[in-house]
Design a protein around this ligand. Structure first.
Ligand code: ADP
Ligand code: ZN
Length: 341
């Protein structure tokens, strides 16, 4: 068994991330260490189709896949499953899936009986390199994405990249966008390897450091939003249909680099270095045409103002002064519109 371990020292809880080639062996060990009286899996029906047989007869709830089902109604379904399986304060829920399963299981765990423990076992690249670490949980409302949620750290994260073998290519590429983000934020070794477990390790290491410093997202953690303020607006502009999260973030990073250049914050060679890695990683589908040429940039501005991270008439952007040197830059809606003329 080959396992690499990282520790996340978040203010509310410390826990390990195991990057392993034996996910279920690790999970059994972790559940033993946690002294869980009982444990259940929450997953979705696609993942259950691939890996359900490996869940060893434990109780499983398979949610309906899709962002449109990341709702309070879905959470209620999880609560009913928890009660039917007699989960109590000393039980553990295992989130076995992508970001949606992780966010929902985490939120249900945060609130069921005022909080039970949960373990993240991610099966998408986005979840392996980003969303399974750090304790952001929640669901969407009709009014917007992730408007209801809680910070609730997992008790362990178990990552087995073999689960990624069945992941559709488009989903894998989406994850590569987050990988490139961690390169831009300073994890330079990412450009030197193509080994997926090593890439996951490097991203988790970077994320763990940021979460340890700023669990509640009031300072350093905001830099993880690089490419995301634009990205969220792009996703929303197309009603979440045209681009998935990673694709929108890839375009968003490019726009953040261009904006940084316009404002004299980002040197051109930094933009080139990030784009070079995007291209090498296969993130070319949306970069062959300059984003400027086909995106209605001005129309993104009101959507960016609506982001829950912004208030008043200004927009907080993460720009790059250098690889590994993100800076928060506040820009008024007017200025940004000028820039996008
Ligand atoms: P993300 O982690 O990007 O938020 P989702 O939770 O939305 O991803 O999952 C993306 C899609 O991929 C869903 O349709 C999900 O059922 C499917 N999926 C997740 N993990 C796997 C896997 N290991 N193999 C095949 N399909 C998967
Ligand atoms: Zn993201």
């Amino acid at each position: 068994m080959n396992t690499k371990t990282l520790t996340v020292n978040a203010a509310s809880r410390s826990y390990d991330i195991a990057i392993t080639d034996s996910g279920f062996v690790s999970l059994r060990r972790v559940l033993g260490e946690l002294g869980a009286d009982n444990a259940v899996f929450v997953t979705d029906s696609n993942i259950a189709g691939h890996y359900g047989a490996q869940l060893g007869g434990s109780p499983v709830l398979a949610l309906t896949p899709g962002e449109e089902n990341k709702t309070l109604a879905g959470i209620e379904q999880i609560y009913h499953f928890f009660t039917a399986q007699k989960l109590h304060r000393n039980s553990v829920a295992v989130a076995f899936g992508g970001g949606i399963v992780g966010d929902m299981t985490g939120f249900a765990a945060a609130t069921y009986m005022r909080g039970i423990r949960f373990v993240q076992m991610p099966t998408t690249l986005v979840a392996c390199v980003d969303s399974s670490v750090g304790g952001k949980t929640g669901v969407n409302l009709a009014e917007g994405k992730n408007l209801v949620g809680a910070f609730w750290q997992p008790s362990a994260v178990i990552i087995d990249s073999r689960f990624l073998e069945t992941l559709p290519e488009r989903e894998r590429l989406a994850g590569m966008a987050e990988v490139v983000k961690y390169f831009a934020l300073g994890e330079r070794k990412i450009a030197e390897t193509t080994d997926i477990s090593e890439l996951i390790y490097l991203c988790c290491k970077a994320k763990a450091a940021v979460v340890a410093e700023d669990e509640l997202d009031t300072g350093a953690r905001m830099t993880l939003n690089f490419g995301h303020t634009f990205g969220h607006a792009i996703e929303k502009y197309y009603d979440y249909k045209r681009y998935n999260h990673g694709e929108a973030v890839a375009i968003g990073m490019r726009l953040a680099l261009e904006t940084g250049q316009f404002l004299g914050v980002t040197p051109e060679n930094v933009t080139h270095e990030v784009i070079k890695l995007m291209t090498k990683s296969g993130l070319t589908y949306n970069l062959d045409v300059s984003a400027r040429a086909f995106l209605p940039l001005r129309e993104l501005v009101p959507l960016m103002l609506g982001d829950k991270k912004n208030s008043g008439g200004s927009i907080k952007l993460v720009l790059l002064e250098d690889i590994g040197k993100p800076v928060m830059h506040e820009i008024s809606a007017k200025e940004l519109e000028e820039l996008f003329k």
